[in-house]
Design a protein around this ligand. Structure first.
Ligand code: FAD
Length: 317
């Protein structure tokens, strides 16, 4: 079922969902199941599965730089299919512009259609570690809005090769990313919101936000989006702080602000077990306020660990 239909059917009740990361190349999918199992009691109508591009690191070898692949996490579509099969739950593969030609994307979407996957998150992807700016694949898309348009076209039965006579309509429900504290490359929140509107106008059906730790910017973001004519569901993304290192890492990687009282509470912790508890408590309070405000779904970034998400869900649902 489509994410938007799950939201409609919930009739105002806030749903629980979460995102998982595929195992690194060569690891077993069982590891993933072990993390999903404890969360199924909260009845997620859908589970997101992220996609990663090939990433390389360069190692000096004599006078040469040797390119080595790192952090490859293949199998997003296969993992979606096996999660749906095992748990009887809808899955949402993340589909990236970066690293893929339009033709490869089309094949991937056709696979989704054949596998009964009815939703995708359409994303641009980040610049690679050795790139200053995002560089699209040759023959690929530059922005998520272009990818959304391709999926929307396919939903109308328009394949890239127009000579194919096609009436096989996919009807994929399309999610896109939103940034309550603006995307790191955007000159301003307002211009970023206009870009978000372009994604909706291109055919996106719902928005999932970047993580945030202060609900106020999220509420303002929703208000500004509505003022711009964005009427689709906006789903907040929540990530609990789990280790002290997150205080530096999260603002640096995701360009988000951490509230001073959260920083102080984490700083005062003697060890990471205490940090984890602070992170859980913070996410519970955040989630309760968002739920009271009537958000359609609370979507959690599990980052491969479900124990803290379970603790939060127990406090909220
Ligand atoms: P876009 O919407 O294309 O926007 C990118 C930037 O370009 C923004 O600054 C925007 O304002 C600007 N822009 C857009 N259109 C134009 C235009 N026409 N002209 C000029 N500027 C423009 N990354 C992964 O690699 N894998 C994942 O699985 C993944 N999952 C994610 C899930 C969520 C919920 C979120 C919020 C992010 C996720 N990301 C993932 C990260 C995402 O790929 C990055 O944040 C990326 O840098 C931007 O992606 P986007 O789809 O928002 O891009």
């Amino acid at each position: 079922m489509k994410v938007t239909d799950h939201i409609k059917n919930a009739k105002g009740k806030t749903l629980f969902s979460f995102e998982v990361i595929p195992p690194v190349k060569g690891k077993s999918i069982q590891e993933l199941y072990d993390n999903i199992d404890p969360l199924m009691e909260f009845d997620p109508p859908f589970i997101d599965v992220t996609t990663s591009r090939e990433e390389y690191i360069y190692i000096e070898k004599g006078n040469l730089l040797e390119r080595k692949m790192t952090r490859m996490r293949p199998g997003t579509i296969g993992i979606c299919a096996s999660i749906s099969h095992k748990y009887n739950v809808d899955t949402v593969p993340h589909v990236l512009c970066g690293g893929f030609t339009k033709e490869e994307t089309e094949y991937l979407l056709v696979d989704c259609h054949y596998l009964g996957i009815e939703n995708v998150m359409a994303l641009r992807g980040d610049a690679m570690k050795d790139e200053k700016y995002f560089v699209p694949a040759k023959g690929g898309h530059c922005y998520a809005s272009e990818l959304v348009r391709q999926i929307a076209d396919l939903n109308q039965g328009h394949y890239l090769n127009q000579s194919i006579e096609s009436h096989n309509v996919a009807e994929i429900c399309i999610g896109v990313a939103g940034y309550p504290e603006k995307h790191l490359e955007a000159p301003s929140l307002q211009s970023d919101l206009k870009r978000l509107k372009e994604k909706i106008d291109a055919g996106a059906h719902y928005v999932v936000t970047q993580m945030f730790f202060d609900n106020e910017p999220f509420f303002k973001f929703v208000e500004a989006a509505r003022a711009l004519g964005i009427t689709v569901p906006i789903i907040p993304g929540i990530k609990p702080i789990a280790v002290k290192r997150h205080l530096q890492l999260l603002p640096q990687v995701f360009r988000i602000d951490l509230p001073q009282n959260l920083i102080d509470a984490v700083d005062a912790c003697k060890d990471n077990a205490a940090v984890r508890q602070v992170g859980i408590e913070w996410a519970i309070q955040q989630s309760k306020e968002l739920k009271a405000a009537g958000v359609p779904v609370l979507h959690y970034y599990s980052m491969g660990k479900s124990d803290n998400i379970k603790a939060i869900a127990e406090g909220v649902f």
